[in-house]
Design a protein. Structure first.
Lengths: 378, 165
């Protein structure tokens, strides 16, 4: 694959201030100042991420709700206008095609934001299953920029430059506002475990990036008093891992079900038939063979994807994502283990380069929720 | 490499202090600092293309990782080092250093028996970022054969090689 990587509207900024890497089909910053300082900026104050590489589709038409309720696992009928939900779509075996956030813009009009690496696959999956519905699926990824503004100071940062008071938009709600004289759409969602917003700047392409750049710079300026940091994919990954959020391709894939991943809260088995339902009902009755858990290292060492999890020398599972936690200052991981060992506070070993290193199973998020995350005590 | 510069004021003033420190190395010699594209390549050391440096101290050799390597890895958060008494073999891995995202092997620049291991680096791996040529040294070895130095880069070659990176 020697084709040139796609760039976002912010390519100039990233090239000047960041270290670029190839990610999915894009050239994206892995960091600017460093993963640890960016990570801590988000946990303690505010950070801004360019997430324009993500896929965005509009689903509209008179059958849009019925169609979505058929292809995705969460219940779309409970979604009020200007509200968002986390969801997945599954194949017939209950394996996860992708995970995403679905926002209801108005009756019969939805915005789906999914993983960059799955853009082509998802679009064909959606259009393939749309045949018997009166629904329109439009990929609007290219005509939009998207930023995530995350952290306990995200609301105050955006309120500095928003035409409307954003305290009105609660978690998992959405709405329009004006930033730097431009109409932008906001969802109060994110991938860090912190409070924050995702900001959609419409009607701007990579070749006409002016309004995207203007919004980015305006938010950076507004956040200066809070020591805002531009954040790269590195911090995005460490933040989501501490929060316990899955990364598609690592922690979930077409061979993993939402039951195994323990995101069953996005699967509404009681609703009318949907893709994967039968397999999931069956799996629920029979029980799963592995479950996703958090791991905290009790000894020095950093678990990585693929590391074996052992109990008394026997392999009970594998790490699917591992990193050094910038907040906890220890190695942490997401792993799938046999269900008998998936309860918290079990001491296990993680095999790191042929050495057994002690760890314990824990619940997500990995941080103290009274001090960090969106539900922290003010 | 521009991103490296935005580490901010404290890193700049730190560099100035370190520069003064570097005027005298552990044996009290003048150690001239040469910079190639903002990467420090001090005189008096040997270098490998696996990003190691070697300083000959009488019959011993002190070993570490280069400024270029630590800048590429950025925040080093973990170092796994061998033990005193172990032997290392030129061009073979003897340990690892890890940043938040990446694991990198440490490749031996020379063969020999390990006489000292820098325990400070295991406790504070950030020393590799802060001071790769002094406080961030990794091993002192008794080299098996100093002829091996011929197969690695002297300072002049290392400067040219760093220009090509």
């Amino acid at each position: 694959m020697s084709h040139e990587k796609a760039k976002t509207h912010l390519q100039g900024f990233h090239a000047e201030h960041g270290k670029l890497v190839a990610f999915a089909d894009f050239q994206m910053p892995i960091w600017y100042n460093g993963i640890i300082s960016e990570h801590l900026a988000v946990r303690n104050s505010v950070g801004i991420f360019d997430v324009t590489h993500m896929g965005r589709v509009l689903v509209s038409g008179k059958d849009s709700e019925r169609f979505l309720n058929y292809v995705i696992t969460n219940d779309v009928s409970t979604l009020q206008p200007l509200s968002a939900q986390y969801s997945v779509m599954c194949n017939e075996n209950g394996g996860i095609i992708d995970d995403f956030v679905l926002s209801k813009l108005e009756e019969n009009r939805f915005l789906m934001v999914y993983n960059s690496a799955n853009r082509t696959k998802n679009f064909s999956w959606l259009t393939k299953h749309a045949a018997r519905f009166q629904v329109e699926i439009e990929d609007v990824s290219e005509n939009m920029a998207m930023f995530a503004v995350q952290g306990p100071k995200a609301e105050q940062t955006l309120n500095e430059v928003s035409s409307r008071d954003l305290t009105e938009i609660k978690r998992f709600k959405c709405g329009w506002t004006e930033i730097a004289g431009l109409d932008v759409f906001l969802t109060r969602t994110g991938y860090t475990g912190e409070d924050g917003f995702e900001v959609f700047v419409p009607n701007t392409t990579v070749s006409k990036p002016k309004s995207a750049v203007k919004v980015w710079n305006t938010i950076l300026g507004a956040g200066e008093k809070f020591d805002i940091e531009p954040c790269g994919l590195g911090a995005r990954d460490t933040l989501r891992l501490e929060a316990g959020m899955c990364l598609y391709g690592n922690d979930i894939d077409e061979k993993t079900t939402p039951l195994e991943a323990r995101i069953i809260f996005v699967v509404k088995l009681h609703k009318a038939d949907f893709l994967g339902r039968e397999a999931l009902v069956k799996q629920k009755a029979e029980g799963v063979k592995r479950k996703r858990v958090g791991l905290k290292m009790l000894e020095p060492g950093i678990p990585r994807a693929g590391s074996e999890v052992l109990l008394g020398g026997r392999r009970i599972g594998n790490v699917t994502s591992g990193t050094f936690s910038p907040l906890l200052k220890i190695g942490v991981a997401m792993a799938y283990v046999e269900p008998d060992h998936a309860k918290p506070e079990e001491t296990v070993d993680v095999k790191i380069r042929n050495k057994s290193v002690k760890a314990k199973t824990v619940r997500f998020p990995l941080y103290d929720t009274e001090r960090y995350g969106y539900s922290r005590k003010k | 490499m521009e991103g490296m510069e935005s580490m901010g004021m404290h890193s700049q003033s730190f560099k100035t202090l370190r520069h003064l420190d570097n005027l005298l190395n552990t044996r009290g010699e003048i150690l001239n600092m040469v910079k190639v594209n903002d990467v420090e390549v001090p005189e008096g050391l040997y270098y490998t293309e696996d990003y190691s440096w070697v300083k000959i101290e009488g019959e011993k050799a002190r070993v570490g990782v280069t400024d270029y390597a630590q800048k590429q890895l950025r925040e080093i958060v973990y170092a796994e080092l061998p033990s005193e008494g172990d032997t290392i073999k030129q061009k073979e891995p003897y340990g690892t250093v890890e940043s938040v995202k990446a694991v990198s092997d440490l490749i031996a620049p020379l063969s020999g028996k390990i006489e000292q291991v820098n325990g400070e680096v295991s406790n504070s791996p950030e020393l590799l970022n802060e001071d790769p040529y002094e406080k961030g040294w990794l091993l002192v070895i008794a080299p098996d054969n100093l002829d091996e130095l011929k197969s690695i880069m002297d300072h002049a070659k290392a400067v040219e090689w760093h220009k090509s990176l």
